[in-house]
Design a protein around this ligand. Structure first.
Ligand code: HEM
Length: 466
């Protein structure tokens, strides 16, 4: 639901009221912790929020948080209820958020091994009320922030810490599958954020419009209370205090089968180089981050490291048939990069994405699974869970029809069990190679739909502002 005329719409982004986790990159290197809490007494829950508020980092003082660590707070629908948010307001939230992620497992492809019945408790249960996320560049700063959270919990027996989920950037700086991630991201209009993770706060060269991603995406796609791509303003939730400067978050804990991925590459290639090419075809980038559209034959680490070039490409103009980057590759599915004259604006389906690994690295070259829990905890953030996260999961991840790929799924994150294939177009057309029996490389271990309010909205929920 949306309206175009709310007089209270902010003209510029109120960075001091937006939680930093929404608009700002995490520190590099990064360690973090998600605390999952249950609240059995509304006054104690509000008391906790009141105590946490001074620690919540806003987007404007993101570069220099007190104590060198960043804290953010988000709530589930049952959490808003547990803190005593009035029924009229609870009823005004979008249906998907009210139902929660586990209830919508089928449309997300969370079936079989990924089904909610197999999730790590307490994820997916109505007991998860509050998620407190902390990030820092070092363990000492993180632990001192966590000590402040423990202090905030003191004397509140009706608030239970259910679970602590630790994440940390791997020593390689890459994901568990060996890829550099977080290269491509939407450029949010008015956010004043550098478009390269390699930029510092005072590095003017990495501000403005990044090469290759087109004009900035309207802030309303990510920040409630701002106009979206269609110039519309969200009309829910109620009251107005909640609808300013917040967003929705799809939190996902994804287990990554690193050994399985390595074995598949080996079994389906005749040399290590062939295996690397297959891995790149599945993702759309070499493990270094160099995009296949610009480096189709061999890896180009110099290109990968050059933030002015490594995202500067489109598909329709430079690779319409997918001979460089297959149409079904992970990044091409997740962001088909429409051209200005395409009927569909893919920016209506983008979200802000933050992934941080958990678990130990599998030693280089090891092909046997060691049984360790490893993967990524993702935050996918935007103002419309259905049009953004759920659309990308249901249409672009698990359906091939949008790209003429019939029953194919995303080769990296699809939910098949040895039944799906992945097509790599070859030169000249219509030659192609089909890779079959793709196993499931990524298993959902849990998730939550959360509301990350603006800072004044947090105060309203805490009962501090009328
Ligand atoms: C464990 C699971 C996953 C792994 C290992 C993974 C890995 C990657 C890698 C290596 C990239 C390329 C880096 C970049 O372009 O920034 C990427 C890009 C991306 N991924 Fe994933 N990903 C995973 C799950 C997901 C999921 C579940 C979604 C969405 C529902 C997603 C959405 C995206 C998007 C939107 C991009 C950027 C595409 C672009 O703008 O070109 N990823 N991912």
């Amino acid at each position: 639901m949306a309206d175009r005329t709310s007089p209270s719409a902010p003209q510029v982004l109120e960075l001091d009221d937006i939680q930093g986790a929404l608009l700002r990159k995490r520190p590099v290197p990064c360690v973090g912790s998600y605390l999952l809490l249950r609240v059995d007494s509304p006054p104690e829950g509000r008391q906790l929020l009141t105590r946490l508020l001074p620690h919540v980092a806003s987007a404007d003082r993101w570069w220099a948080p007190p104590g060198g660590a960043w804290l953010s707070v988000a709530l589930s629908h049952s959490g808003l209820r547990a803190l005593g948010v009035p029924q009229e307001s609870l009823d005004s939230f979008p249906k998907a958020f009210c139902e929660g992620m586990a209830a919508r497992a089928d449309r997300l492809g969370d079936t079989g091994e990924s089904g909610p019945e197999h999730w790590d408790a307490p994820l997916g249960s109505p007991e998860v009320h509050l998620v407190v996320a902390s990030f820092a560049a070092g363990r000492e700063a993180l632990e001192s922030l966590l000590e402040a959270v423990r202090e905030a919990l003191r004397g509140l027996p009706a608030v239970q810490l259910l679970h602590r989920l630790d994440v940390a950037q791997l020593p390689t700086g890459r994901t568990h599958l060996g890829f550099v991630d977080n290269i491509s991201k939407p450029n949010v209009e008015g956010a004043g954020a550098p478009w390269s993770d390699r930029a510092g706060a005072d590095d003017p060269t990495h501000y403005g419009d990044p090469p290759g991603v087109g004009p900035p995406v309207k802030a309303g796609e990510f920040v409630l209370g701002c106009p979206d791509q269609l110039g519309q303003l969200a009309s829910q939730p109620l009251p107005d205090a909640l609808r300013r400067n917040g967003t929705y978050v799809a939190l996902r804990k994804l287990h990554v089968k690193t050994a399985e991925f390595r074995r598949y590459l080996k079994a389906n290639s005749s040399s290590p180089e062939g295996g690397e090419l297959l891995a790149a075809k599945m993702v759309g980038r070499w493990r270094s981050g160099a995009p296949l559209v610009l480096a189709p034959v061999q890896d180009d680490p110099t290109l990968a490291a050059d933030a002015t070039r490594n995202n500067d490409f489109t598909y329709r103009e430079q690779d319409p048939g997918g001979r460089r980057c297959p149409v079904g590759a992970h990044i091409r599915r997740m962001n088909p990069r429409s051209s200005p004259d395409d009927p569909m604006d893919v920016r209506r389906h983008c979200f802000l994405r933050r992934g941080t690994p958990y678990g130990p690295e599998l030693p280089e070259g090891q092909l046997d699974d060691d049984g360790a829990e490893r993967g990524v905890v993702f935050l996918f953030m935007g103002t419309d869970l259905v049009r953004q996260f759920e659309f990308v999961k249901s249409q672009w991840t698990h359906d091939g029809n949008f790209a003429g790929l019939e029953t194919e799924q995303d080769p990296l994150t699809g939910n098949r069990d040895g039944t799906a294939s992945f097509t790599v177009p070859l030169h000249p057309r219509p030659r192609r190679r089909q890779y079959g029996q793709l196993p499931r490389f990524v298993v959902t271990k849990g998730g939550e739909y959360l509301f990350m309010p603006g800072i004044r909205a947090l105060r309203w929920i805490a009962g501090l502002d009328a």
